[in-house]
Ligand binder design. Sequence first.
Ligand SMILES: Nc1ncnc2c1ncn2[C@@H]1O[C@H](COP(=O)(O)OP(=O)(O)OP(=O)(O)O)[C@@H](O)[C@H]1O
Length: 756
Amino acid sequence: MDCKDEASVSSSEVNSVLDPSACSSVTDAPDSDAVVLDCVNIENSETVSLQAPKDSSTMRNCERGIGQSLHKFTFTRIFGPDTTQPEFFEGTIKDLVNSFVMGQNGLVFTYGVTNAGKTFTIQGSPKDGGILPRALDVLFSSIQGRRYPRMNLKPYLGNDVMKLDPAQLKQEEALKNALFSSLKEDGLKTSASSSNLKPCVSPSVNLPVSGYGDDQNLFQFSTWVSFFEIYNEYVYDLLDPFPSKNQKRSVLKICDDQSGTSYVKDLKWFNISSTDEACKILQIGNKSRSLASTRMNHQSSRSHSIFTVRLLKLSSDDDPIVHGVSEMSLCDLAGSERCNKTQTVGERLKEAGNINTSLLILGKCIAALKQSQNPKKNNYVPFRESKLTRLFQPFFCGRGKACMIVNINQCASTYDETLHVMKFSAVAKQVVQTIQPRNFDFRSTRIVGKDGKVITEIDANVSIEDLLSDDEDEEMDFSILSQEDLLKKIEELKEKLLAERQSKLILELQIRKEMGEAMYQQMVDLEENYSRRFEDLKDACEEQLESRLDMYKRAIKNHAYRQATEELDENYVSLDEFQAEQEKVEERDNRIKELEMALGRKEYSGEDDASKELNVMCQTLDAVTKRCEESNQVIANLKARMENLKDEMALNKEKWSEENKMLKQQLNLKEQEAKGLQNLAERAIRLEVSVAELQAEVDECRKPFPPAEALEPKPKKSLFSNIRNTMTGTPKKSKSVAPVEDSVYMLRKKPLLSRK
Ligand SMILES: Nc1ncnc2c1ncn2[C@@H]1O[C@H](COP(=O)(O)OP(=O)(O)OP(=O)(O)O)[C@@H](O)[C@H]1O
């Protein structure tokens, strides 16, 4: 622990100290199958790393991709397994003890899995005391010579002091004697008396040197201790005489005083004058503590035990007045454990459940305190959900310093719990209280008399009436009120209860409605979301299936096609080939028949002749086979040639058909041309005829009229008439004369026709 100098730090904080002491040095631990592995590595005085062992659930989660296998944590200070008790005390709570002596409140609690060494850290062994006997040693060394010798001023309620009358004083002394005599009866030895402790108080911390200014000699101190446990969420006084078999231990209540400070009502306080006496009381209390043998620890603390020291600061008069009360509590928390791992059943299971619940609430409070440092967040801290946190509340809310000691062991078998503890403490370390811790002046201490009525009150503003009007003090100690006040209070409370119930009912209804609506909305959203996802998934599947189906179809088609072509290639034989082959086979059969017949004829001749004949036959057969092969070869060649020829033919056929087409076209053209020419020729003939007629007419006109016979003209044979004769076979006389205009037109057209 690094108990920081609070003068220089404007806030108190939960100091965390790591003490991985237990497992490596445990020799009598019942968990004999625990394996010490190198899963805890102290990197330096503030950092420790945890490597998840193979079989831990952290490692299994890590392999599934959840979380990490290596975790690092920082603490105010880390102590290794070789640390001695004095070193640990010096390095941790010594400063807190000094502050306590000077009037500040302090809380130290040890946290860790079962069997991690929490009790050992606080109490130590008979020969080597833990932090508690050492703290008391520092206290008594500090107030040496200024101890108030009487015990008539006794702690009362949360912060007050009761002045005992002589009868009460006698009773007090008797109680103390009875307590110590019970120790003698049991023959118990003190576990860690001051005589066993090595000196741990340096002269510098003695009270007169610091803290009380120049008037320190004017004060004297009275020291009181109490020891109680919280077992299954019940508070028991460990200094109560242990009841006989049939009797039950009386359960104590936790109440709040007028300042809202929780305290254990009817808790027994014993005045002590030395560390030795304190250690005896510790021993007596331990006897009543709920211990049990578990699989992990044969003396496992099944409860949270709290040893408290109250220091009354008194004036140095004979009839002193109280200047203040400071309190230091050392809490040994029950070990957190996993029930299935520790094979806890029955009563142990119930205890474990309660232990884990209260530790869980402690964790929740610490987490909420951390959150409340952020002003935007809800700062509700569930202190009232467990007895333990109710009692810790003042220390977390500025009534003093809190120091957490985290004990771990290096057993791989408890790795997961150890990791949980480390995570918890990592959160606790971040808690910084903004309320300044106060010393003796924090709240005025009142001295009350036998009946609980105030005798001296330093702060006159606070009275019982104020107490009654304080709505928040619902769990105040009503036993200090008069009967009349009590009745009044009961009536008030009844009314308050009724109103509260009504408002809670309305609130509950409202919350239920809101929750219902929110859940309905959530379900609708979920349904929508799922149906959308379902549709998407369906579409995607369908697409995938279709594409796969297509692929398979194509593959099957290709395969079938390939197979068919292969088969066709293998088995195809043309008709010609087939016929040729058949002829050959027939030929061969005939030949064989002939040979057989020849063989039959030769059978009568001698053996030599037969073998000769056989040889000849064999040769013939060989020759035939050879010929067959050759003919096969020829056939194959022919087949190939035929194929080539077929291809060529197909090509030629195509070519020919093209040419044929072109020729036909040309023929058509020529025919058209011939037709045109024929038309022309016909027209030319007609023209020539008409020219001839005209010529004849002209000639006729030039001559004097001869006798009719003499004037008869001889028919002229021209080129046109020859053509006409050849083409038509008969000369034709045109009777009509074409107009000149028309003939010109035709002549003009001729070149066009000839061009065509
Ligand atoms: N540093 C240490 N050196 C030697 N022995 C130790 C050390 N720490 C613990 N032990 C021994 O280990 C055993 C278990 O320790 P302890 O009872 O203190 O554990 P615990 O954390 O209080 O367990 P639980 O939560 O179950 O009560 C005890 O026998 C104790 O003496």
